[in-house]
Design a protein around this ligand. Structure first.
Ligand code: NDP
Ligand code: A1CAB
Length: 271
């Protein structure tokens, strides 16, 4: 088991990872982070006991460095990290779009890099994370990352060439489900239900549907057909969804997210 882990940029995803590792049995003394704002650092130290450090300390003390800043903030962070990093330290990037080649160009020769696309259900131990090795990452490095992330959800290995698509599907995916739930609650309001009732009905329906998908092994089409009675209510709703192009909208939306992930990577091609 790796010992010390440092998260550079403890925002939403960084905090979710650190708190999940703590819950999963990691020693608090082995978990550290860097943050831009002292108030945010103090908040995390008070809430969990994690140690706030600077980049040189993180680079010296950690076996695994997890980069969790926004892709737009990567350049100054790599400037700080490069002169301090030991070539044996494993670097794990959670950043959308950023290729392992960017890290390999900017960090000491031979540093192993693993690219990960997680998602926010990490907060409740239900993340979906996809991991890909960079040029110097071995099977052992992938196993280390798998072990780390399996504490906060499921992990799959994918070739790095698929990471932009993964980002569009599961990285952003929770947002699409939240959007759908939000719209369905609005529909309840339109039909005159109290908001609290509409919320309860839709959230439990979402939990039930997700659990059926995860546990029955049935295809989503089979599950949907089981709800759709001849000349019943559901088919009337499905006709409207098709008429309004919801399926085509999802295809276009996810393609746009994939394109944006590729673009974020290209923005750092010369870095
Ligand atoms: N949110 C999500 O659903 C997912 C996000 N990701 C990826 O994870 C990464 C983080 O996303 P998210 O957690 O949402 O973003 P956040 O903005 O919540 O977290 C990033 C944090 O890093 C801080 N920061 C920025 N630069 C530095 C620096 N040089 N040193 C220390 N801290 C710094 C930011 O401070 P400040 O507030 O000042 O900006 C912020 O607190 C992104 O690259 C994103 O693509 C991946 C999968 C899902
Ligand atoms: O919207 C984003 O860019 C990040 C990456 C995946 C989910 N959130």
């Amino acid at each position: 088991m790796t010992n010390a882990i440092a998260v550079l940029g403890a925002g939403k995803i960084g905090e979710a990872l650190l708190s999940g590792l703590l819950t999963g049995g990691r020693r608090v003394d082995d978990l550290m982070f860097t943050e831009r704002h002292p108030e945010r650092a103090a908040e995390l130290t008070t809430r969990y006991g994690f140690r706030a450090v600077d980049v040189p300390t993180a680079a010296r003390a950690a076996d695994v460095i997890v980069v969790a800043v926004k892709p737009q903030d990567i350049e100054p962070l790599l400037d700080d990290l490069a002169p301090n990093l030991d070539r044996g330290t494993l670097v794990v990037s959670l950043c959308a779009g950023l290729p392992t080649a960017l890290y390999e160009r900017r960090l000491p020769e031979g540093v192993p890099v693993v690219r990960v696309m997680p998602n926010t259900p990490m907060v409740v131990g239900e993340a979906m994370s996809a991991i890909s090795p960079g040029r110097h990452a071995t099977g052992d490095h992938l196993s280390i990352v798998e072990e780390l992330l399996s504490v906060v959800g499921m992990v799959v290995r994918v070739p790095e060439s698929q990471q932009d698509a993964v980002t569009a599907l599961s990285g952003s995916g929770p947002a699409y489900f939240f959007y759908l739930v939000e719209a369905m609650i609005d529909a309840g309001i339109l039909l005159g239900l109290p908001r609290a009732v509409a919320e309860k009905l839709i959230i439990q329906s979402a939990v039930g549907a997700a659990t059926m998908l995860a546990k029955t092994g049935e295809h989503p089409v089979t599950l949907r057909e089981a709800v759709t009675s001849p000349a019943g209510t559901t088919i009337m709703a499905i006709r409207e969804l098709e008429k309004h192009g919801v399926r085509a909208a999802l295809l276009a939306a996810i393609e746009a997210a994939r394109d944006r992930s590729q673009e974020l990577g290209r923005q750092h091609e010369d870095g």
